[in-house]
Design a protein around this ligand. Structure first.
Ligand code: BES
Ligand code: ZN
Length: 600
């Protein structure tokens, strides 16, 4: 099968070493804004030279079992892959301790340093990491591939409280006994306080925010953990905590072990965004215990996680809800497939070494992957599938696997005749949409009925809506239904044949006013509403979108917002980006720059 077993996104010689442990002893230097110290690997090299990944790092000294090595060099930079650190005098086939003294530089892509003004409290600076997929190499020399997993020890000095992807032993020492890949290395430090949100969970945030965070999560986290444990097996990481970051964080959530990193936009004041927590905690099994062996097989991380996330929600809110979440997911998949280059719409993408995994990132592995698992569940039957889930996670826990190993495991567990019905090539290696499953429409019907009342030519052109539209249209709808309503409206917009653009803008403006969308604190709702408003020319809406996008860093909203702004008002898009680019995380800044260059 294609989708090779080699990780093309690392320049390290990871296939020729056995690594047993990683210990990081380092200091956060707030004045210089760098992170420096020593990383020590317990390892055996099977050939020489060996290479580790680095990106914009300084290396000052390397020792082997305490003896200084001299035959090493940082090779020339190869674009986003960084600069391999090649070491020629590590003895072959003997186990020892390789220690590397390093420091980060101002070009570091994996850390963001925030000035006090960029925090809620405005008094104390903040720093945090985001390593997935390949930014760990900009923080410390490593075998930066998900194929290598080792236990970690951390000793971190900082003026302010520190969190890492391990359990605390003292204020400055942490351990992660479960083997983890480099992309799950995480660190954050700043003015952090915690409050309990469950028997094994705390939320961490700046003191000004921590109470609101506690309220947002405390009703759901433990229930979700228990639901996940029923589906798979007991949680293995000890504590499950959530760190609510400052607003520039570029993801909704990142499944760093022990401490999920989360965007503060989840704090909507209504507990409606806890599905993101369900997603991140589901990664405690899919991704963190059982890991994709390269970014080609990213769907094994994210597709499985979306699948588990919706199973958790199904257990807590019923199968109709699970189906409804899958309907929304299908909508996102259709959009993503239309936007992405064909290669990136395959489940197994087949990256080559010149392709940055950050560029290949899309909704496709999430939704095509979870649709594939949904399809398999229906094919073999729910009961046999549910018996398979813990077997799969037991077989591969603490390991990394590729798609082929996943398929082999299916054949070990289900009869060949059933599995031979699957068109593997279609699901795994063919671009575009997969076959659409049948979803239960119970919760979707009110959304599509209301959407079609709005989105027809007669309604808009003759302003019929003035006679019937009222707030009671949406009074029985939950936030996910509002989101699906808005998705449907957004998709219907280009199909309208409007004679008078002002009439369209007036109708859409009323949707926002009547249904109280214009001031929604739920960014999923607000974003879709602004998309609809800007696309239909509601006065003032593009300025509102520009202002909003200057205050949030989550790429899911930031990137499409700039693409849309650029379409309707190129100058406004550029000016907005110029004045906010230092607010964004380096990853986000780079992606928006690429998007703007592509679409102008
Ligand atoms: N692991 C991802 C975030 C990620 C993916 C970071 C690839 C870097 C590279 C995380 O679990 C995620 O998918 N977050 C989503 C949440 C959602 C699907 C509920 C997000 O940030 O939007
Ligand atoms: Zn995820």
């Amino acid at each position: 099968m294609s989708g090779s077993d080699i990780d093309v996104s690392t320049l390290s010689t990871y296939k020729n070493v056995t690594v047993e442990e990683c210990a990081i002893s380092a200091k956060i230097n707030w004045d210089e804004k760098n992170f420096f110290g020593t990383v020590s690997y317990t390892l055996t090299a099977h050939s020489s030279p060996i290479a580790l990944d680095t990106s914009f790092l300084n290396v000052s000294k390397i020792t082997w079992d305490g003896q200084e090595l001299s035959k090493w060099e940082i090779k020339e930079r190869q674009s986003f892959q960084g600069s391999p650190l090649e070491i020629s005098d590590v003895p072959v086939d003997v186990k020892g301790q390789l220690s590397i003294e390093f420091s980060t530089t101002s070009d570091c892509t994996g850390l963001q340093w925030l000035e006090p003004e960029q925090t809620y409290g405005k008094k104390i600076p903040f720093m945090y990491s985001q390593c997935e997929p390949i930014h760990a190499r900009s923080i410390f020399p490593c075998f930066d591939t998900p194929a290598i997993k080792v236990p970690f020890r951390f000793k971190i000095e900082s003026k302010y409280p520190v969190l890492v992807s391990g359990l605390p032993v003292t204020d400055s020492e942490f351990v992660q006994k479960v083997p983890i890949p480099s992309y799950l290395f995480a660190i954050a430090s700043g003015n952090l306080e915690s409050k309990p949100i469950g028997p094994r969970s705390h939320v961490w945030a700046e003191p000004e925010m921590v109470k609101a965070c506690q309220w947002e999560f405390e009703a759901d986290v433990e229930k979700q953990l228990k639901a996940a444990e029923e589906l798979v097996f007991p949680y293995e990481w000890g504590k499950y905590d959530v760190l609510s970051l400052p607003p520039s964080f570029c993801f909704g959530g990142m499944e760093n072990p022990v401490n999920t990193f989360a965007t503060p936009t989840l704090i909507a004041g209504d507990r409606t965004l806890v599905n993101v927590i369900a997603h991140e905690l589901a990664h405690s099994w899919s991704g963190n215990l059982v890991t994709n062996s390269s970014w080609d097989h990213f769907w094994l991380n994210e597709g499985w996680t979306v699948y588990l996330e919706r199973r958790i929600l199904g257990k807590l809110h019923g199968e109709a809800y699970r189906n409804f979440a899958a309907i929304e997911g299908w909508h996102d998949l259709v959009e993503a497939v239309n936007k992405q280059p064909a290669q990136f719409t395959k489940l197994v993408v087949g990256l080559d070494s010149s392709q940055d995994p950050d560029d290949a990132f899309s909704t496709v592995p999430y939704e095509k992957g979870s649709t594939f698992l949904w399809y398999l569940e229906n094919l073999v039957g729910r009961d046999s599938w549910d018996a398979f889930i813990p077997k799969y996670f037991t077989k591969f826990k603490y390991k990394s696997l590729n798609t082929e190993q996943f398929i082999e495991t299916l054949y070990e567990n289900f009869d060949k005749q059933t599995l031979d019905q699957v068109d593997w090539n279609l699901w795994l290696h063919t671009p575009g949409l997969p076959p659409k499953p049948e979803f239960d429409q119970t919760l979707a019907i009110p959304c599509s009925e209301l959407a079609s009342k709005w989105m027809n030519n007669e309604n808009i052109n003759s302003e019929l809506w003035k006679k019937w539209a009222s707030v009671s249209d949406v009074k029985d709808m939950n936030p996910l239904q509002i989101i699906v309503l808005l998705n449907t409206l957004n998709s219907a917009l280009p199909t309208l044949n409007v004679q008078n653009t002002e009439k369209l803008a007036a109708a859409v403006g009323s949707i926002g006013e009547l249904y109280n969308l214009t001031k929604s604190r739920n960014p999923e709702v607000l974003f879709r509403w602004l998309q609809l408003a800007v696309s239909s020319g509601v006065p003032g809406s593009k300025e509102t979108l520009a202002k909003w996008v200057g205050g949030i860093g989550r790429m899911k909203f930031v990137r499409p917002s700039y693409v849309l702004l650029n379409k309707v008002d190129h100058e406004l898009a550029l000016a907005t980006f110029e004045s906010n680019k230092n607010f964004y995380h380096a990853i986000c800044r780079t992606m928006v720059e690429k998007d703007l260059a592509k679409s102008s």
